[in-house]
Design a protein around this ligand. Structure first.
Ligand SMILES: Nc1ncnc2c1ncn2[C@@H]1O[C@H](COP(=O)(O)OP(=O)(O)OP(=O)(O)O)[C@@H](O)[C@H]1O
Ligand SMILES: [Mg+2]
Length: 221
């Protein structure tokens, strides 16, 4: 669903693009919602770039392999935080910023908050340190909007089914700490977040997200 084509003449064009991140636990519905939002935007003529972390670039795909497909205990907590930050640094420099400069709408599955929630809150590394590390990596780029898909850990596990990577294999109490980490971040900056009850039907959530993104796009034009 990647599109590099600029909007047709007469279609809604953006000067500096819009950056939207989807966050939430494993199985919360991030990929589902970024797909639905992207389709809605494309129907209106916006150029949409779908991407994800980790693994949005070639270097990122290699880092993703190291991070998610190793043995349990194979990546120490600080190495884990640095690898995620390295993926993010390269992703922003080589893909996200250039797309925004072209006026595209960039939709990413996971961004900085995932590091704070997973490595900061759940691995007991300092929340602020992990955030500062990521902000350094991306030279301060934060999303215009972060959509937080909030689900209880048990439901995320049910939705993920039987396939589990190294982080997904962690117990539900790990996923509860991750969930609280995300909610704390949203509470600190409510204007930049849309927190949605992700137990609702996907189409209903998509309509809520589209309404908020529509407001932001209206303000940019
Ligand atoms: N609102 C919803 N209600 C019910 N099922 C949903 C909803 N949203 C997504 N699903 C289903 O839950 C599963 C996980 O959704 P999805 O892959 O979008 O989550 P994700 O957050 O991207 O997961 P991951 O962290 O594993 O990438 C999929 O089978 C999807 O069809
Ligand atoms: Mg996904």
């Amino acid at each position: 669903m990647t599109s590099q084509t600029p909007p047709e003449p007469g279609a809604p064009g953006l000067g500096r693009g819009l950056f939207v991140a989807f966050e939430g636990g494993d199985g919360a519905g991030k990929s589902t919602q970024s797909g639905l939002l992207g389709a809605w935007l494309e129907r209106q003529g916006y150029a949409v770039r779908h991407t994800r972390e980790p693994g949005g670039t070639e270097l990122g795909r290699q880092i993703r392999e190291l991070l998610l497909h190793g043995e349990d205990g194979s990546v120490s907590p600080r190495a884990e935080a640095l690898l995620f930050a390295a993926d993010r640094a390269h992703h922003v420099a080589s893909l996200v910023r250039p797309a925004l400069e072209q006026g595209e709408v960039v939709l990413t599955d996971r961004y900085l908050d995932s590091s704070v929630a997973y490595q900061g809150a759940a691995r007991a590394l300092g929340h602020e340190e992990v955030r500062e590390l990521s902000l350094w990596a991306v030279e301060g780029l934060v999303p215009d909007l972060t959509v937080l898909l909030d689900v209880p850990a048990e439901l995320g596990r049910e939705r993920r089914g039987e396939v589990h990577d190294r982080l997904e294999r962690e117990a539900d109490d790990f996923h509860d700490r991750v969930r609280r980490g995300f909610l704390d971040l949203a509470a600190r900056e409510p204007g930049r977040y849309l927190v949605v009850d992700a137990t609702r039907p996907a189409e209903e959530i998509a309509a809520t997200v589209a309404a908020r993104v529509g407001e932001l796009l209206g303000a940019l034009r």
